[in-house]
Design a protein around this ligand. Structure first.
Ligand code: SAH
Length: 353
């Protein structure tokens, strides 16, 4: 039987655990606060529990802790990138970005990814495994601790497809926003998906106040299928209908992400088609000049053309921004730090995946 991970447990589950150990229920709230507010890294630190209970917890339960294997800090804008090792030796990456409104962590939801988007480095070695809720939370906790910054925002836009790890994602969101824990407002959290229709509809019913970001990247099914294999499963019309349903259910404006790939999806015809798809929707478009990935030939749209695209969308009443590139000196595209680590492990015959 796998040992329960206290970092991933809800307050109710901790209550049940305490009862099963013959302890008083209020011990559960003490533990919850140690784990999520005080960010304890071991049961031994929980000094207001009896020594016997601490020992029993250490014997029977886990408390997920990530170890930081590498930290890169941008000299240009203070962006920090971390390579974290999971308890089983898999590695993931997370990024801390500094904005006017505070610090934000971009976190991974899976080790690797199985979605296969053609421009993305995270998917090149396939999916290793889903992350637990505790492993998602720890990325935020550790980034805060290492950087010394207070983290007020989180974006689930690192490696992995969050809706392909639905139950752990929902558990993570509940724990992250618990007032007795980290207490992050879900209005400050964005979850990005390649467009898994049934899970978008299910998420809409959870009525979280998160922002949903939909990776669109193409204005028609033919082109989208070339870039994103998931488009073979869910046609654009269904994806957009699911996003509309999300807005209806939550009142939260959906963000559409559109990676600008030179000569692929940035021509006048594609942009006209994009504008007609989104016209009249209460939405926002995030234009992302594509990040070159070493093994791929893709190039970003040049800045002048990107600015023109933004204007064209705005002329149609569609709000749009061009994503500012951060940490240019410390990273290639998302997933590349992890990928280079995996390649090095392979060369050295290490056990990495
Ligand atoms: N699986 C989720 C989260 C992935 S990463 C999703 O598909 O939305 C967040 C965003 O970065 C997605 O829109 C993804 O398509 C995009 N992305 C991935 N690789 C990129 C690259 N090399 N350049 C620009 N954007 C990229």
């Amino acid at each position: 039987m796998t040992r329960p991970d206290v970092r991933s447990m809800s307050a109710e589950e901790l209550c049940a655990l305490m009862e099963s150990m013959g302890e008083k229920k209020f011990r559960a709230s003490q533990i919850f606060s140690w784990v999520h507010a005080r960010r304890a890294r071991s049961f031994g630190e929980m000094t207001d529990l009896s020594a016997a209970l601490r020992a029993r917890l250490a014997e029977t339960c886990d408390l997920t802790v990530l170890s930081c294997e590498d930290r890169l800090v941008s000299k240009l804008d203070g962006t920090e990138k971390y390579l974290f090792a999971l308890p089983d030796g898999n590695v993931i990456e997370s990024v801390l970005m500094l904005y006017r409104y505070g610090a934000s962590v971009c976190l991974s939801s899976q080790a690797g990814c199985r979605m296969g988007c053609s421009f993305c480095a995270s998917t090149m070695n396939g999916l290793a495994r889903n992350l637990t809720a505790g492993e998602m939370l720890e990325q935020i906790y550790r980034a805060g601790e290492i950087s010394g910054k207070k983290i007020g925002h989180a974006v689930v836009m690192g490696s992995g497809e969050p809706l392909d790890n639905y139950d752990n994602l929902v558990r993570f969101l509940r724990l992250l926003s618990a007032p007795e824990g980290a207490g992050l407002s879900l209005r400050n959290v964005t979850v990005s998906t390649c467009g898994l229709v049934p899970e978008i509809l299910r998420l809409a019913q959870e009525k979280f106040q998160i922002t949903l970001a939909l990776s669109l990247h193409a204005p028609n099914d033919d082109l989208r299928k070339k870039l994103m294999p998931v488009a073979n499963k869910y046609p654009l019309a269904d994806v957009l209908a699911a996003c509309d349903a999300y807005f209806e259910a939550t009142g939260r404006r959906v963000t559409y992400e559109y990676s600008l790939i030179r000569g692929v999806n940035d021509g006048p015809a594609e942009i006209r088609q994009l504008a007609s798809l989104l016209r009249g929707k209460n939405c926002h478009v995030n234009l992302i000049p594509v990040n070159p990935v070493e093994e791929k030939t893709q190039a970003p749209t040049d800045p002048a053309r990107a600015a023109q695209i933004k204007q064209e969308l705005e002329k149609c009443g569609i709000s749009a921004t061009i994503r500012r590139e951060m940490g240019r000196d410390i990273q290639g595209a998302c997933g590349q730090l992890r990928r280079s680590w995996i390649q090095a492990e392979k060369r050295e015959g290490g056990g990495g995946q």
